[in-house]
Design a protein around this ligand. Sequence first.
Ligand code: GAL
Length: 434
Amino acid sequence: MLFKKSKGFSLIVIAALLFVFSFSAAAQEGEVEIFSWWTAGGEAEALNALIELFNEKYPDVEVINSTVVGGAGFNARRVLKTRMVAEDPPDSFQIHGGEELIDSYVKIKIHGGEELVETYVEASRMEPITALLEEWGIKDKFNQQILEMTAYQGEYYSIPVNVHRSNAVFYNKEVLAENDVEVPTDLEGFKEALASLEEAGVVPLALGDANRWPAAQLFETLLAASLGADAYNGLWNGETDPADPAIREAFVHFKDIMQYVNEDHSELSWFDATKLVHDGKAGFNIMGDWAEGYLKTLGWTPGEEFGWMPVPGTEGTFIFITDTFGLPKDAPNPENAKKWLRVIASKEGQDIFNPIKGSIPARLDADKSKYDPYLTDSMEDFANDTLSPSIVHGSAAPKGFVDALDGTISSFIKTGDLDQAFEDFQINYQEHVK
Ligand code: GAL
């Protein structure tokens, strides 16, 4: 009796264990971990819309939405690199096309010293995805210059989901109108407009560079303004001399413009600064157009409460940023990661994500009716302007240069020492770009 009872009991236990085991195996098969830094207004909503679309297409696959807070990925990249080097990658992750994807490294402390360990494509830690683009028949659906930002030695390594613009200005129409400030058309006019707002007691230009990169991004737009698109592009293929006096001039413009930013700029994040414009406390904000996505989540309609323009002096130049997702070699759920890539590569995915994100699609066949007037303008500029890669968002130059530029700009803000800043720029260039 006792024996019988325990046999029955054992069978129940075994059945229960089998159930738990098969359930957890199924749950594991049904997961995909997506890593990004999209947590702020606009970017989080856009990511959620993509996840919803994925859930509709693949209801059995659970999306683990792993985000690390911090604009432009200043925290996320550290976490990601450590995970990559530890061979513990997420299934797919956000990364900028260009140098950041191809040639990034992390400093690892080893035996009391430091060693540079490469993290992504050059280190063979990513799977090529060219065969997927071919299988899905979509290779030629992308803007080829953008797709090329993911290429290395004849293979593509990630899927571009969007194109952002760094040289964008957003302004509060009411604040400008109330203070009789006309929308400026060149850099000198912009400085005059800033001075008028200052006199009127409004913050002329909202800046939030607590994480440094927004100040460096402001500088990159002024660099494009003073060099012009071709010479700016020439910096990244060795055709432009890093001692070109126009680079010094960009620092001069930067210094002039920094007189007009909010005093607490170094305590605010990019979106705090954008919100100053929304709240009527500031006139202008120079920011990547994810700020447009954010302003919309705050309830604003493009063209009604806010206007936009390229950073004065950069008309005809489109400084681009592309967010892409790839497939790490040790991804725990590679098949599900491919499903994710397929959704973000689709016209439907891009047309759901980008109108919320404040970006335009990387594909050429978007349904234009889904895009608001700002984004329609942006698509037109993208098609007609000279395209220049962003430094700060990882496309133009190696990470070492980007970090060094952050440092140069942040010391320049403190010291105002023009000669030093110009010299630092050249030294960093020789060290990291040449
Ligand atoms: C950029 C990224 C954008 C946006 C922004 C602020 O680097 O490309 O998609 O998220 O950071 O977080």
